[in-house]
Write a protein that binds this ligand. Structure first.
Ligand code: NAD
Length: 419
């Protein structure tokens, strides 16, 4: 099973980063074996009826990679490219992300191989309900807590929560996070990942001695993460000089009008009609003149081909897996600081954790309280990584994996292996 999983290149990148940190920690072979195998992988059929009355059968997955530190935690993806291997890789990543910000969760991920752009809302609801019904025994606030991911959203979570609650004969909001506010969602969840990117980025700029007014920011991807990161960096006095999405990239050395760009995306759902900057290619944007580069779109965009041309002094990984290990090596050699995905985009899962806590308490916090706790969690853990990185003279990424692996291993050792 491990061999098949390793064929997925994104997971291969994850394993490469894991091994580097495991070597520095001198991790024994038992722990390495346990941590490179998912605890549980579930595959099931989702028969459902199209609006035209015909039946189709899709495949659903849920991978619960680790329970060592608590219930599994991770999103559900609806996409034609979903495979068991991809879901496993993403669940592996969630394990380290939750541990690096010290949340009492393991790692999980799920998905359905389908193309949501060809499905109606009613069809998506039927798929979601059947998906949730198949998982009733293995999810729950103390077992596994899903959330939205690519092509799923608060409405998907509302259907999931309702289906699970119907089977349990009681309302259980804590079974998923990322819900609408009216049924137990948390204030601040929508912007949490972008806010986390900004918090880590601003803290590192201060550490590097760069004043906000002198920080020129480029953001690749203008969706949930990129838009909020752009807004919040601008709010803190930084100058956003470049943005991009599937329609192309836009660069303006005197500063992009971020509010205008956001308004446009809210109206058109893309930047196609944006005229507030010179149109350049997506590839050019990644190597454009700037101080901070925030990849917030896809994985594997910073590679051995473009890493030597990147001009940024600081890279803050909003996306999951945007930097290949080869590119990472080049950045380290060139002295470019990288705040790795498992730290930089952990704001989302942190506020998901707050949502789960609020659901279980039945008591909901003010937005200012959510944001203060988010900042405290991210800064405390980021400063811990900085201490380790400085002490061992290693990059943040290695420090982040070392910290995460060490925390999971501590839990495993205390619990023992039930063999
Ligand atoms: P999204 O779908 O809202 O936005 C993605 C953006 O990337 C869109 O603007 C899209 O047009 C753009 N894009 C796609 N291909 C591109 C390309 N080739 N060049 C430039 N732009 C391109 O997604 P999101 O929620 O913002 O997630 C972005 C990344 O952040 C993903 O890697 C995701 O896994 C990661 N992430 C998201 C969250 C979250 O809470 N939303 C949390 C952690 C990590």
């Amino acid at each position: 099973m491990t061999t098949a999983v390793r064929e997925v290149s994104v997971f291969g990148d994850g394993i490469a980063y894991f091994n580097e940190a495991a070597n520095l920690l001198e991790l024994d072979s038992t722990m390495r074996a346990i941590l490179t195998h998912p605890t549980r992988q579930i595959i099931f059929s989702i028969p459902f009826q199209r609006d035209n009355g015909e039946f189709e059968v899709y495949t659903g997955y849920r991978v619960q990679y680790s329970f060592a530190r608590g219930p599994a935690k991770g999103g559900i993806r609806f996409h034609p490219g979903v495979t068991l291997d991809e879901v496993t890789a993403l669940a592996f990543w969630m394990t380290w992300k939750c541990a690096v910000v010290d949340l009492p969760f393991g790692g999980g991920k799920g998905g359905v191989t389908c193309d949501p752009s060809k499905l109606s809302q009613n069809e998506l609801e039927r798929i979601t309900r059947r998906y949730a019904a198949e998982l009733v025994e293995v999810v729950g606030p103390d077992k596994d807590v899903p959330a939205p991911d690519v092509n799923t959203n608060p409405q998907t979570m509302a259907w999931f929560m309702d289906t699970y609650s119907m089977h349990m004969r009681q309302t259980i909001p804590g079974v998923v996070t990322g819900k609408p506010l009216a049924i137990g969602g948390s204030k601040g969840r929508v912007e949490a990942t972008g806010r986390g990117v900004m918090i880590c980025g601003m803290d590192e700029l201060a550490n590097m001695g760069i004043a906000p007014k002198d920080a020129r920011i480029v953001i690749q991807g203008f969706g949930n993460v990129g838009m909020w990161a752009a807004r919040l960096f601008a709010e803190r006095g930084c100058k956003v000089v470049g943005i991009s999405d599937v329609t192309g990239a836009y660069y303006n050395e005197s500063g992009i009008d971020v509010d205008k760009a956001c308004e446009l995306v809210e109206k058109d759902r893309n930047l196609g009609a944006f005229r507030g900057g010179d149109k350049i290619s997506n590839a050019e944007l990644l190597v454009a003149d700037c101080d901070v580069l925030v990849p917030a779109a896809l994985e594997k965009v910073l590679t051995a081909e473009n890493a030597s041309k990147v001009k940024a002094k600081l890279i803050v990984e909003g996306a999951n897996g945007p930097t290949t290990p080869d590119a990472d090596r080049i950045f380290n050699e060139r002295g470019i600081t990288v705040i790795p995905d498992i730290m930089a985009n952990a704001g989302g899962v942190t506020v998901s954790y707050f949502e789960w806590v609020q659901d279980r308490m039945g008591y909901f916090w003010k937005l200012s309280e959510v944001n203060e706790r988010l900042e405290d969690t991210l800064i405390t853990n980021f400063h811990e990584l900085r201490g380790i990185a400085n002490r061992h003279k290693i990059p943040y990424r290695t420090a982040a994996y070392m910290t995460a692996i060490d925390r999971v291993v501590q839990a495993l050792r205390l619990r023992g292996v039930y063999a």
